[in-house]
Design a protein around this ligand. Structure first.
Ligand code: KDO
Length: 341
């Protein structure tokens, strides 16, 4: 009798354990409405809007990855709706974001001596930009250091465009002295602010998605941006003049949290890398095409496009950087290596 009771109890206990184990296995399936929870999700955050080449490239990235790796879902969050511009790196470090579209200015906030990559009139064109960040020993060093110190992996570089000065009201601008007193919007970090002062203006930090309003209300007198972004964000509706300073060839990095990258299988990494290359190529091609006929388009919209004294701008801006505290931290010989590429 005693014997039977004990084994009954054991049987009951085993049944309970089994039932609990089955229930535990069932929970994620029920909670996620199927196996969706088993998917790896790549969340991408960017301030870009859907008219930008960047957004079109990201859509291509999503289509390619989801077609070739059905186990991965790509979520694109435009207009800084997931994370504010400039806050993508801490979000990736905390595991709240997988991909941020970063600038060298974002990186310089973590690696001060890499402010050298944020200097005005540094990169000559899109080709030079790709040598510096993709296909040289400088690029290898940069990417390794960023992985080690910032914990993000730069998977690709795309051409955001060449930046120029945009003014809300017509003004005669030949040299940086003519920008004195101009309240110029620049993105939030210190190196961006410095660019605004190096151009001769009074820099003021405003996030990209708030610029249109700031221009239309007169909170700022202008900004500096690439032509393609200017067209996509319709800044020409709320400004009168484009001054072709060409002060910065701007790259944008497709950067992934390194812990997420490491969690992907080799096959998944290959799929992602191929899709990033396609994304970057689409953006480069689209941006260069927009730039080729951008001035004519803006003029047809009623904008006045002027060319300043470029030598005056280049020499003033470069001198500002060379005389700055930033330059004191630049790794010896790096500027020369960048120039030599
Ligand atoms: C901008 O805010 O002016 C900027 O061009 C800075 C870039 O680094 C990048 O963040 C870009 O905005 C956005 O991706 C929108 O194109």
């Amino acid at each position: 009798m005693m014997q039977r009771t004990t084994s009954d109890k054991l049987r009951t206990t085993r049944r309970h354990i089994l039932a609990a184990a089955v229930a535990a296995l069932m929970v994620p399936m029920v909670a996620s409405g199927g196996y969706a929870q088993d998917k790896k999700v790549i969340r991408i955050s960017t301030p870009a809007n859907d008219a930008e080449w960047q957004a079109k490239g990201l859509q291509k990235f999503k289509e390619m990855v989801e077609a070739k790796a059905p186990n991965i879902e790509v979520q694109i969050h435009l207009n800084a709706t997931l994370f504010d511009q400039g806050t993508e790196i801490p979000a990736m470090q905390r595991g709240n974001l997988e991909v941020g579209m970063l600038s060298p200015q974002d990186i310089a906030s973590y690696i001060p001596e890499y402010s050298v990559f944020t200097a005005g009139y540094l990169l000559r064109d899109a080709e030079h930009m790709h040598s510096v960040f993709d296909t040289s020993d400088v690029a290898d060093e940069y990417r390794q250091r960023v992985k080690d110190d910032v914990e993000v992996v730069i998977l690709g570089t795309q051409y955001l465009g060449t930046r120029h000065v945009i003014l809300r009201e017509l003004q005669d601008v030949k040299t940086p002295a003519d920008l004195e007193g101009v309240k110029m919007r620049v993105p939030g970090s210190d190196t961006w602010q410095f660019l605004g002062s190096a151009l001769g203006a009074n820099p003021t930090p405003i996030a990209f998605d708030e610029v249109y309003l700031a221009l239309s209300t007169g909170t700022v007198d202008g900004l500096e941006n690439p032509i393609a972004d200017m067209i996509a964000a319709k800044f020409d509706e709320v400004s009168e003049q484009l001054v072709l300073t060409g002060h910065m060839v701007a790259p944008l990095f497709f950067a992934m949290s390194s812990s997420f990258w490491d969690s992907l299988s080799e096959e998944e990494q290959a799929v992602v890398a191929e899709a990033v290359a396609a994304q970057s190529a689409l953006v480069d091609e689209g941006t260069l095409a927009t730039e080729a006929d951008g001035v004519a388009l803006l003029e047809s919209h009623g904008m006045t496009v002027t060319t300043p004294d470029l030598d005056a701008f280049r020499s003033h801006v470069q001198q500002q950087y060379l005389d700055s505290d930033y330059a004191k931290e630049w790794p010896e010989g790096l500027l020369e290596r960048i120039n030599a590429l």
